[in-house]
Design a protein around this ligand. Structure first.
Ligand SMILES: *Cc1c(COP(=O)(O)O)cnc(C)c1O
Length: 416
């Protein structure tokens, strides 16, 4: 099975999901991008250039680590972790961003723009732009700019302009709308570096293509360290790029169960979550250039979402994953904020790892399922990023009084 087998006669569609829904004015630009990506995809030299760059610049291949203490503690399956946290800039986002940097150079464009919520994608894009010598503008909701000062600081030091978006709720979806407006105005010299496997074709396919490096490495590594393929693979799902990245290594291995973990927030009854498929609150719609399941009301207005992890707090989801879910190849579950807090503490104490709050959603599901599995069974978790960025959120969530006081004092000092 290849995820790139489009629905019959409909390029860019996965089942009934995906597509390209953009203003007519962008038609030539998106076609240029589709053509450039299609020729890069066919060219082995392009993939080699990408691999070389990721090895020399970001430390790939990232290792697979056996978590013996956690496995023993839970008394079930043997747990292994794919370490995307060890990438430069601290997450898998750099895989996609560097790939699009190479592509941008082939397109002959000299300026990049990107949207960002928690700042991780903006941070990675600013890094790439500095490295490639592109001008760079990052769109970020004003609320997020205030919440994520350290990321804004680094982006600006690396030469990017950070635009605080004042529209709507002043968060991620408003930043995406503003980035699309910039693209319409400046498409001649500008490439839009979308941060996840969502949006109009070719972005879901293109981002998945670059993130497939995770699954390709992991499939080989787990056989080396564990002696065989895993029984279950867990990944968290925001837009769905790290999940489709690792899942692609195992799609044809029908005995390997693929489990996606969404943001359950305050739980299924609360309305305060970002679970598009694990909970029944979302429905099919068209927005932000593509067709998928969105958390929206009956009139198609987007609902507010909530998660302890800013990177999972999004209204839509990767159309390729929706198709795989409908075909029963990927099982969708959710982890609540509370389960994530507990899982994070357990992983830190038993293994000395600090997964990002996003990645901890994958750990939380694995921790729930591992005790019910045999000790000869194998779990592989994708640790999409490291938790250093979450220090204040985690201190707050774990109710660490010392740090909470410190943060409050700092906030007053900075006038927040
Ligand atoms: C952004 C982010 C995510 C969510 O994005 P996906 O496209 O769903 O992978 C997950 N983990 C980390 C560490 C992130 O920074």
């Amino acid at each position: 099975m290849s995820i790139f087998d489009f629905a019959e006669g409909r390029e860019g569609y996965y089942g009934q999901y995906g597509g390209t829904f953009l203003p007519e004015i962008l038609a030539a630009t998106i076609e240029e991008l589709q053509d450039c990506f299609a020729s890069c995809k066919k060219d082995p030299a392009f993939w080699h250039e990408f691999i070389d760059l990721m090895q020399s610049y970001s430390g790939r291949p990232t290792p697979v680590t056996h978590l013996e203490n956690l496995s023993r503690h839970l008394g079930g399956a043997q747990i292994y972790v794919k370490r995307e946290d060890l990438n430069h800039t601290g997450s898998h986002k750099i895989n996609n961003v560097m790939g699009q940097g190479l592509l941008c150079r082939r397109l002959g464009k000299t300026r990049v723009i990107a949207e960002t919520g928690a700042g991780q994608h903006g941070y990675a894009t600013a890094t790439m732009a500095a490295r490639f010598g592109f001008r760079c503008k990052i769109y970020m909701g004003a609320v997020d700019v205030a919440r994520q000062r350290p990321n804004v600081f680094w982006m600006e030091r690396m030469g990017a302009e950070v635009m605080a978006v004042q529209d709507g709720q002043k968060t991620l979806k408003d930043a995406i709308n503003e980035a699309l407006r910039d693209w319409v105005t400046n498409m001649a010299d500008t490439h839009y570096v979308l941060g996840t496997a969502c949006g109009p074709h070719p972005f879901p396919e293109m981002v998945s293509f670059f993130q497939s490096i995770i699954g390709i490495e992991a499939r080989e590594q787990i056989q080396k360290v564990a002696g065989r393929l895993p029984d279950r693979v867990f990944a968290c799902v925001g837009g769905g790029s790290n999940a489709i990245g690792i899942f692609q290594g195992f799609l044809d291995d029908t005995d390997v169960e693929l489990v996606a973990s969404e943001a359950g927030g305050l739980g299924p009854e609360s309305g305060m979550h970002a679970a598009r498929l694990a909970y029944p609150d979302a429905s099919v719609g068209v927005a932000q250039g593509y067709k998928t399941y969105f958390l929206q009301d009956d009139d198609g207005n987007m609902k507010e979402t909530h998660s302890i992890a800013a990177g999972l707090d999004y209204i839509g989801v990767n159309p390729i994953l929706v198709d795989l879910w409908e075909k029963k190849r990927v099982r969708f579950e959710a982890a609540t904020d509370e389960q994530v807090r507990e899982a994070l503490q357990l992983v830190m104490r038993t293994e000395g790892l600090i997964p990002a709050l996003e990645s901890t959603h994958a750990f939380a599901r694995a921790i729930e399922e591992a005790p019910g599995m045999g000790t000869d069974e194998i779990i592989l978790i994708n640790q999409s990023g490291r938790g250093d960025k979450d220090i204040f959120t985690i201190a707050d969530a774990l109710d660490d009084q010392h740090w909470k006081t410190f943060i409050k004092e700092k906030a007053i000092e900075y006038g927040a």
